[in-house]
Unconditional design. Structure first.
Length: 366
């Protein structure tokens, strides 16, 4: 497993960020005061079910939140500068050059009537408007660099594929093109929002390898948004588990996969399938996430938590420190709480995941 460095000067630091959405049903409290950081050269995975607030938080980092979205409070520091105070022009200069994003569906990210190579060169030429004259790139140099970028992300015969349209490429190859576009300006931070969800397992592993290799080579910070803890185990240095707009557990990948502490993390682990999982052994999380127009009192996970105590329905738990790198928001960590350990099925699932990771070719991590 991966050991993460403690923060020194994080490239991104989020403090007490709260985000809401205006809807016909009322105000949805999507993100409720989260604090996170990510350093240069490391991957922070933010994991949770759909609606947990992870994508809303990520989109705030590059100023592409929906029109009905409001930042209620908090700060997001990029290299010490609070980007929540940025104007549209400031965000235009930031996106792609300093912070870039890869989305789940590569087909919707690409222009269907433009060859992919041209889309790569256009991304670089557009940057000319935002940099000093001496840093601008010519069209011929952009062409050469686009071909090299396609090669960097694992596209064989890039000269051939340069002139193809998105519909002529496989899903995995389209996602590689999107990644190439995202890294074209050598950003400091790459945000990946469920980038492998629509891909089969083999292609998914290849894309994850590409992202990890680029992180190491370019010393980028990567924020990886996913619902799949199996993916997290392969890519992350540190993990933040989100539920109902809150961070419920945070730690290094070792922390989360060696000693998970929150019942929600246990439930997510039990819901991850693999080739060794016996038929019928997966356990769905009972119930449904709460209605965030009226967040529940106490611990938002209490109604779905078989280990919930009376206090869970009355008071929201703080993030209890477990170690210097690990903390979790569960009353089970209170000194007066009964001793509860992860279910045997969770421990078995973790053991299988560790064996599978050890069987993969060993990779270097930043």
């Amino acid at each position: 497993m991966i050991k993460a460095a403690m923060p020194s000067a994080p490239v991104i630091r989020i403090d007490d960020l709260a985000i809401s959405f205006r809807t016909d049903r009322g105000i949805v409290q999507a993100v409720r005061g989260i604090s996170l950081y990510v350093n240069h050269g490391e991957t922070l995975a933010i994991v949770g079910e759909s609606g947990s607030g992870k994508s809303a938080a990520a989109r705030a980092l590059i100023g592409i939140s929906a029109a009905n979205c409001s930042i209620e409070r908090g700060s997001v520091l990029f290299n010490g500068d609070n980007i929540l105070t940025y104007t549209d022009a400031d965000f235009d200069a930031l996106r792609g050059t300093k912070i870039a994003m890869v989305f789940q569906d590569p087909f919707s990210s690409l222009d269907p009537i433009m060859p992919v190579g041209k889309q790569l060169t256009e991304a670089m030429l557009l940057r000319n408007r935002r940099v000093p004259k001496q840093e601008r790139i010519t069209r011929s140099a952009a062409h050469e660099r686009a071909v090299q970028l396609m090669r960097d992300v694992g596209i064989s015969e890039p000269e051939k594929h340069f002139y193809q349209y998105p519909f002529e490429l496989s899903g995995g190859m389209r996602q590689r093109v999107v990644i190439a576009i995202a890294i074209a300006a050598r950003p400091d931070v790459l945000i990946c929002d469920e980038p492998t969800t629509a891909l089969d397992v083999t292609i998914q592993a290849q894309i994850l390898d590409v992202i990890n290799a680029l992180k190491i080579e370019r010393h980028m910070a990567v924020i990886f948004i996913t619902h799949d803890l199996g993916v997290v185990a392969q890519v992350a240095d540190r993990v933040a588990v989100m539920y109902a707009g809150k961070i419920v557990e945070e730690g290094t990948t070792d922390d989360i996969f060696s000693a998970p502490a929150h019942p929600y993390t246990w439930a997510l682990l039990q819901a991850v399938p693999d080739g060794d999982t016996p038929q019928g052994a997966l356990t769905a999380i009972p119930g449904t996430p709460p209605d965030m127009t009226h967040p529940p009192r106490g611990d938002a996970f209490a109604s779905r938590n078989r280990y919930a105590m009376r206090i869970d329905f009355e008071r929201e738990p703080p993030l209890f420190p477990i170690s210097e790198t690990h903390r979790a928001a569960t009353w089970l960590l209170h000194p007066d709480a009964p001793k509860v350990t992860p279910p045997e099925a969770v421990l078995e699932r973790i053991a299988r995941m560790k064996r599978q990771i050890q069987q993969q070719p060993e990779q270097a991590h930043g």
